[in-house]
Design a protein around this ligand. Structure first.
Ligand code: GAP
Length: 573
């Protein structure tokens, strides 16, 4: 990881934010190459999620939204981590990140001033000295063995406070007066805007359930311990899809059955009779395909199914896609266990229902097919579906704090509405982080191998093996010599020819081998060299041809200049 962090700074992928002022913990800036990489990641995601599909539309919402949104979503009350403070240094830790300690713990009831004559300057003496004691002598010693305890600071042995919840949302004030009613939050996720705008989008998008709304953009979390380079930051970008589906009862009413996963793997093209489980599986597989498509091999990814006690109370199933980062913990077999890149959650109808309760505005959709199908069902089937749907709604409402009688009344009304074709859609949410993905792609690309220098001597080469689809620069163009105007002019012509189709870097400085080396570190997949053959000096058959060098195989191919845009474009798409 150290080598990767150092390369990121040296080559301008990632810098510490505000570095010239000493940095700001948990904030990062992307340099010239990093900015291109991140843009390519986001464009790939956007393209695959929206432009290449008929059933997903986009949204770009504001970062600061009405504060009630965060009450409805549960973030105000529950979006917190348990934290503990070191009594000695006041340093704050996430309770679940304290390494367990084993040994003897010593406790003291206090200290008295100036009587011990001890020279010791240990942490305890410092603690008391800071409180005005001279040469403190600790009193009332008691000790107890402790095993795998997370009550002590691993850095200095001091007792930690009891765990307390710490809300991760960053606050700000909207307008000129800093009063509680003007307080708002920087969004901790992009998803809620999608739910809040659901009805507006539905009205204009000419879409019917099942369909999705995608959004990417900044999110902010006041993480207690930002760590592992950009992995856990306080400002980051998310790429989220909310894919709205029919409740299973509606699918059953229309199609007579609910299709469930037939086995592992991709279930194929979406079918109208899919229930939530198969939709969930579909999105897990689609997301795995996406990662493979931009160069993360399948064996670097882990599909982790959250256990029942890890699931949010409204979630029916959640799969985390983990990437085996170099800093990941290792499992019992010594294998990298992986860290979360993305979570794909089946969230039932919780989110829209919450906004419906908090705003008093209906989030239900009307489904003509359901209305028509319902009338053809037998009375027994109608009663059965109505009962099941009503029970699910009643369960949600009472869990959300509605008094039992009120919950049952609303649930009965909603079950009645189902019979007329109305329901609150359920949702599958694939939620990914652009910065985590950038870091995974950087870790995955980093390679060291041996390559000949200009004199043919083997040297260690650092090469970033980015997939051409997301590589920051697609092609570098080099004139063989910079003091030959014919070569330089031709090389600039090639640059202009390629520029409309891809990002091009022109470099004429230094020996050709060094120029290749610089592009290897930038991860540029192709290098085009304009030499004397290009000018036709070795014979007319080579005139207007160039060598194209492949970064990974270091193979060279002679290609006509006019064929270059087509050849390269086919490899970067
Ligand atoms: N709407 C669901 C949601 O926000 P999440 O698991 O909290 O779920 C989704 O976040 C993704 O956002 C994560 O899988 C991760 O890629 C990214 N993410 C979350 N917190 C992050 C942080 N502090 N720094 C960088 N990325 C983060």
């Amino acid at each position: 990881m150290e080598k990767i962090v150092s390369l990121c700074k040296r080559r301008g992928f990632i810098f510490q934010s505000s570095e010239v002022y000493g940095g700001l913990n948990g904030f990062w800036d992307y340099g010239p190459l990093g900015a291109e990489l991140k843009r390519n990641i986001k464009e790939s995601w956007w393209r695959s999620m929206t432009q290449l599909r008929d059933d997903v539309v986009g949204l770009e919402a504001s970062i600061i939204m009405h504060p009630r949104i965060w009450e409805a979503s549960g973030h105000t009350s529950t979006f917190s981590d348990l934290m503990v403070d070191c009594l000695l240094t006041k340093k704050r830790f996430r309770a679940d990140q304290v390494d367990p300690q084993t040994g003897i713990a010593y406790f003291y009831t206090g200290a008295i001033d100036g009587v011990s004559g001890k020279e010791s300057k240990d942490a305890f003496s410092t603690f008391y000295e800071q409180r005005g004691f001279q040469n403190p002598a600790l009193q009332g010693e008691r000790s107890e063995p402790t095993e795998n305890s997370i009550r002590y600071n691993p850095e200095n042995g001091s007792l930690l406070t009891e765990p307390r919840p710490f809300n991760l949302m960053l606050k700000t004030y909207v307008g000129p007066i800093e009063s509680p009613e003007n307080m708002s939050y920087l969004r901790p996720e992009t998803a809620q805007a999608i739910f809040a705008q659901f009805k507006n989008v539905l009205e204009v998008a000419r879409q019917k359930v099942p369909f999705g709304i995608a959004q990417m953009g900044k999110a902010f979390r006041n993480e207690i311990n930002p760590r592992n380079f950009t992995f856990r930051s306080r400002e980051f970008e998310q790429m989220e899809l909310e894919f709205f589906i029919r409740p299973d009862e509606a699918v059953e009413a229309i199609f007579g059955n609910v299709a469930k996963p037939a086995g592992p793997g991709h279930p194929g093209e979406p079918q109208p009779n899919w229930g939530w489980q198969i939709w969930h599986q579909y999105w897990v597989e689609e997301r795995l395909r996406f990662y493979e498509n931009i160069g993360l091999p399948r064996n670097s990814l882990v599909e982790y199914w959250q256990k029942a006690d890890e699931l949010a109370h409204y979630a029916r199933a959640t799969v985390d896609i983990l990437y085996k980062f170099p800093f990941s913990k290792r499992d019992d077999k010594g294998e990298l266990a992986g860290e979360e890149l993305e979570g794909i959650a089946a969230r039932s109808d919780f989110d829209l229902s919450q906004h419906q309760r908090f705003t008093g505005k209906s989030m239900a959709v009307f489904d003509e097919e359901l209305k028509t199908a319902w009338q053809k069902l037998s009375p027994e089937k109608q009663a059965d579906l109505r009962e099941r749907y009503g029970q699910a709604r009643s369960k949600y409402l009472s869990k959300s704090g509605e008094p039992v009688e009120k919950a049952e009344k609303i649930a009965r009304d909603e079950a009645e509405a189902l019979t007329k074709g109305y329901y609150v859609p359920h949702v599958i949410e694939p939620s990914a982080g652009a910065d985590r993905l950038a870091l995974a792609l950087i870790c995955n690309a980093y390679c060291e191998d041996q390559a000949p220098d200009d004199k043919g001597k083997l040297e260690t080469r650092i090469v970033m093996k980015f997939h051409p689809r997301i590589a920051p620069v697609k092609v570098a163009v080099f004139p063989l010599l910079k003091n030959k105007p014919e070569l330089v002019n031709k090389a600039k012509e090639v640059r202009e020819l390629l520029r409309p189709h891809m990002s091009v870097f022109y470099d004429e400085a230094g020996a050709i081998g060094r120029r290749y080396r610089r592009q290897d570190e930038a991860g540029t997949p192709f290098g085009v060299t304009i030499d004397f053959d290009t000018l036709g000096e070795q014979g007319p058959e080579l005139k207007d041809t160039v060598t194209v060098r492949d970064r990974d195989g270091m193979t060279q191919q002679r290609v006509r200049i006019s064929d270059l845009p087509g050849l390269l474009a086919s490899k970067i798409r």
